[in-house]
Design a binder for this molecule. Structure first.
Ligand SMILES: Cc1cc2nc3c(=O)[nH]c(=O)nc-3n(C[C@H](O)[C@H](O)[C@H](O)COP(=O)(O)O)c2cc1C
Length: 227
């Protein structure tokens, strides 16, 4: 499978979230060898969408000639698009959001009703593409935290999406936390293997991955320096 990872963390490969993403990819590779490319979005020159809609009217050409063009080509060549990002203000970090806004040339102005909502009709055929959101965050709670980002991802990619979220993710970069982070990474590798083999991940496994690695009060006390 051809996999494109858009790493939305400004910390590049030092990203807490990329520990989760690498474990998931390891699991996928254990099932079958995968062809993976990782793009650190922070290093790319991506102009903001101006909202001119020129790209949706004239066959897909954006007015900006920047690093978005090769990224769009890579998306179209991929079987799986992974958005790996830390939760920022309950959403995705701005550099990655700028990339997502600039995916507009793949759609046309025409809209069609699908169920009880409207979607734009594609200008390109990306029907085989599947979508995976991998998101870490700094709070210990998942509820009242990941929901806005997950809801946006589902609306952006209504078909073929999977969402992996992990709270307390700064612990992945703390060597002393290995006794709790290593078992969590093992679960994430299991999820990656399952995804490669079946195209999905059990809800129960996703819920386990999304639970705090240590009790939330303990985590908060460590962060607050009171332990
Ligand atoms: C600007 C900013 C906004 C953040 N917003 C949230 C948030 O809404 N919820 C949360 O749990 N953590 C939040 N965090 C914490 C990060 O998600 C957390 O530190 C994460 O582990 C960073 O991952 P990374 O190393 O992959 O970049 C925020 C961090 C920053 C810098």
């Amino acid at each position: 499978m051809k996999i494109l990872v858009l790493n939305g963390s400004p910390k590049r490969d030092k990203s807490d979230t990329m520990h989760i993403t690498r474990a998931f990819l390891d699991g996928m590779n254990a099932a079958a060898p995968q062809e993976t490319e990782i793009i650190d979005v922070i290093d790319k020159h991506i102009e903001y969408c101006t909202g001119c809609f020129a790209c949706m009217r004239n066959g897909g050409a954006c007015i900006h000639d920047d690093d978005m063009r090769p990224i769009l080509e890579k998306i179209l060549e991929s079987d799986l698009l992974i958005l790996s990002f830390p939760l920022y203000c309950y959403g995705m970090p701005a550099p990655l959001k700028a990339v997502i806004d600039r995916v507009l040339p793949l759609s046309s102005m025409a809209m069609t009703k699908v169920g009880d909502r409207y979607e734009h009709v594609g200008q390109a055929d990306f029907s085989r593409l599947r979508y995976l959101m991998i998101c870490g965050c700094g709070f210990p709670n998942s509820r009242h935290n990941f929901e806005p980002a997950a809801a946006q991802f589902k609306l952006l990619f209504p078909d073929g999406h999977t969402i992996v979220t992990v709270p307390e993710s700064p612990m992945f970069n703390v060597p002393q936390a290995a006794p709790v982070t290593q078992p969590r990474l093992a679960l994430i590798r299991q999820a990656g293997k399952q995804y490669a083999e079946t195209g999905g991940v059990d809800e129960a496994l996703l819920a386990e991955i999304c639970s705090p690695m240590i009790p939330e009060e303990t985590y908060a006390a460590i962060v607050n320096g009171s332990v």
